[in-house]
Design a protein around this ligand. Structure first.
Ligand code: ARG
Length: 732
């Protein structure tokens, strides 16, 4: 899910200007001061202190970021019991679920419910992190920096202090800490975290429920997806986070867990979402938007489309191939539809015109004052120039990186061998270093070959190579073709030469054959690598990358400085407007209401969907719209118990006008009393440029209703041990 920003038109500016109540991803340590009054008016009953406190337990203590083992955040989850039970989306648990699945234990297709703690499945590559406290450290970070400080000097100074502050915060504690940049370098905030590395899968519905509607319904309303999964966080017996799984660990006792309200919702009810939105660019100039519409998005869409189409054929034919690729397929398909929808919205809506209007007003204001003009006079023209240069070179970069270098598993793994090749040139003197690298490469290579399907890999590689040749004119191509492929694999036509190269790559290379790879790792030699077709392909690309990279980075430089100045200028230009920083994977809160929308003339979308809609969409011939038998039976029997609303049907998903983006997936949507009413999981097709501009009329969050979630746990799969932990509230 995803979302975006705003229209600061002149009218707004001249009246003073508030953001719309539903716009903005706010820092929690600022809400008491900036937002709380508004929130109360909309129906928030909690105090600001109950939402964010550094002295007492508060709502924020129940909200966790889901991270991979490298600490990269990808989703949000919330604690719903005093035994560390964590709810998140099904699509957030997707990687864990597919990795734990096999054709024999196919949790992805069949679902999984642990009957006891012992049944829970340890998830190796996931950790979860909670914010302990947030502190504004802007003054200290920017001390000594003036308008005269050069960009490179500025960067050095800022990074040094950021590191110092984080180190101080960690000292003598088990905490992690980092200083995050806001407003493109206008402000800095310290975040102190507690990170838990022992996370286990407790339950998931089959993907026919968790991903019902598949890529067809993705990013769309009306929706009927049960997009949730259940995990448990563990801690050491003495109550501390641990780095990884241990059988001695015990369920985590959170400082706060969310009660669950099954009392129902109505349009207009207060609703807030707390989570970890990944990235927005709400202060992007119109030139940046045009760049995305015309260059960035179309190229990424074409490359992903080629990969997805090729992969799908083999995934449909073989369950092993499907399970091995399900996760990367799903995330590429999700990105593909997002980038396509974003470009379309930019084309068909007035988003860019809104931004242009703001820029005209800004420029007029800038030029009306000598000092302002000196500082900001060229910001917009610089951005225009930089983005115009950035466009074509981005296309080259995307085809090269996402197309060629990430085109196949083997090409990616070959990149990890470049260091080794250097060391092998002087094998005798580098023995220790070589041994260390080989140990690492053995484990990487085992992992890669564990689920490697050379025929499928070959098809994807071939398709992306051909696409590159078709789309990138000869004079802009990486010299790997002229220097290596067309030279080493001479043939009558370019196409035949590529065929010959691919044939060699999949019959001779160590990167496409496990036995050959194992033999090499036992007895590594420079000569083998140097003669390897895939390794030579990769090194040739890298040795010819410099010029593309230089123009790419060059254009980016001009963008960074001027974007920072643009925001700084905008904040001066609109002194009465309450600004919020772009999303950057740090903890944020957005508030608004349960709210429907009108997607187009004559069409009114209701804010809630029901179980009958699942049966309306059912199509047993499509894997996206297959309804599990047990679900269909219960829906037909109307066996909804206390989870039905006044219509007698079971609510499935609902809409709210909260302002979220990717990374918020799995976030709790919370009522005015601090109770969980659903899980946010998507944005909507009619405003997919939400990362760049907010729309009050068209931007919505799609949530799965918590009544559907708990009904599935309670009634559909009868998981009474989970039910006994949940803190269910039935009064509105
Ligand atoms: N669009 C959602 C997001 O970006 C992901 C939905 C996953 N479901 C799917 N059918 N691919 O968070």
């Amino acid at each position: 899910m995803k979302k975006f920003i705003l229209l600061f038109i002149s009218a707004l500016f001249s009246f003073g200007a508030f953001s719309k109540p539903d716009e903005g991803m706010w820092l929690l340590n600022k809400i008491a001061q900036l937002n709380y009054g508004d929130m109360q008016k909309l129906g928030c009953k909690l105090s600001a202190e109950e939402i964010y406190s550094i002295n007492n337990s508060s709502l924020k203590d129940a909200i966790f970021q889901l991270q991979n083992s490298q600490g990269m955040g990808f989703c949000t989850g919330e604690i719903v019991s005093n035994k560390g039970l964590l709810f998140t989306n099904h699509h957030c648990g997707y990687e864990a679920i597919t990795k734990l699945s096999s054709p024999e234990h196919n949790y992805l297709d069949d679902g999984f419910w642990a009957k006891s703690y012992d049944d829970e499945l340890s998830v190796k590559d996931m950790r979860v992190s909670r914010v302990v406290r947030i502190e504004d450290v802007t003054d200290r970070v920017l001390e000594g920096i003036t308008d005269e400080t050069s960009e490179s000097e500025r960067e050095k100074m800022v990074n040094k202090v950021r590191k110092e502050i984080a180190e101080e915060a960690k000292k003598d504690t088990h905490y992690e800490a980092s200083v995050s940049e806001m407003y493109q370098g206008g402000e800095y905030y310290l975040f102190v975290y507690e990170v838990f590395g022992d996370v286990r899968l407790v339950g998931t519905p089959p993907q026919a429920i968790g991903k019902f509607g598949g890529d067809t319904d993705n990013w769309m309303w009306p929706r009927h997806t049960g997009d949730f999964s259940v995990f448990r966080v563990y801690m050491s017996p003495d109550g501390k986070p641990t780095k990884s799984y241990s059988k001695d660990n015990v369920p985590y006792q959170a400082l706060h867990h969310l009660p669950i309200s099954i009392a129902g919702i109505e349009e207009g009810d207060f609703a807030m979402i707390v989570g970890y939105p990944g990235q927005t660019e709400r202060y992007l100039s119109s030139y940046g938007m045009i760049y995305k519409r015309d260059f960035f998005n179309p190229s990424i869409v074409t490359v992903l489309e080629t990969k997805l189409k090729t992969l799908k054929v083999d995934m449909d034919a073989d369950i092993n191939i499907r399970l091995a690729n399900a996760d990367s397929y799903a995330s590429n398909a999700n990105g593909h539809k997002l980038f396509k929808g974003e470009a379309l919205t930019l084309k068909n809506s007035d988003a860019i015109q809104q931004k242009e209007q703001l820029e005209r007003d800004f420029q007029k204001w800038v030029e009306s004052d000598y000092a302002r003009n000196k500082k900001y006079g060229n910001v917009l023209s610089n951005l225009k120039q930089s983005y115009e240069a950035f466009g074509p070179v981005t296309v080259d970069m995307i085809y090269l990186s996402v197309g060629l270098l990430q085109g196949s598993d083997n090409v990616m793994s070959a990149q990890a061998f470049m260091n080794l090749a250097n060391l092998l040139k002087d094998q005798k003197n580098n023995k220790t270093a070589i041994d260390a690298i080989i140990t690492n490469l053995k484990s990487t290579s085992n992992k890669m070959f564990d689920k490697y399907f050379p025929d499928t890999d070959r098809k994807v590689f071939e398709a992306t190579l051909k696409l590159y040749i078709e789309e990138i004119p000869a004079e802009r191509r990486n010299a790997v073709f002229t220097d290596y492929i067309f030279k080493k694999f001479k043939a009558k036509t370019e196409a035949e030469s590529i065929e010959k190269f691919i044939q060699a790559a999949y019959t001779k290379s160590i990167f496409t054959n496990k036995e050959k790879m194992d033999a090499f790792l036992e007895k590594p030699s420079y000569k083998t690598l140097n003669n390897d077709p895939i390794f030579s392909f990769v090194t040739s690309i890298f040795s010819n990358l410099m010029s593309t990279q230089m123009s790419y980075l060059g254009a980016m430089d001009g963008i960074d400085v001027n974007e920072r100045l643009f925001i700084e200028g905008l904040r001066e230009f609109q002194p009465n407007k309450t600004f919020y920083p772009d999303a950057n994977s740090t903890l944020r809160l957005t508030y608004g209401t349960v709210n429907s929308y009108k997607p187009s003339d004559g069409v009114d979308y209701h804010y809630v969907t029901y179980s009958k809609g699942i049966l309306e969409k059912e199509d047993p011939t499509s894997d996206e719209f297959t309804v599990p038998v047990e679900l269909k039976e219960k829906i037909l029997a109307k066996d909804f118990g206390r989870y039905a609303d006044e219509t007698g049907d079971l609510p499935i998903c609902f809409l709210s006008d909260n302002d979220i983006t990717g990374g918020n997936s799995g976030s709790p949507i919370i009522n005015g009393k601090g109770e969980l009413i659903g899980l946010a999981f998507d944005g909507n097709w009619e405003w997919l440029c939400s990362n760049l501009l907010f729309s009050e009329e068209l931007e919505r969050t799609i949530n799965v209703d918590v009544r559907y979630v708990v009904w599935i746990i309670d009634k559909l799969y009868d998981c009474q041990h989970i039910m006994s932990e949940l803190d269910i509230r039935t009064n509105k």
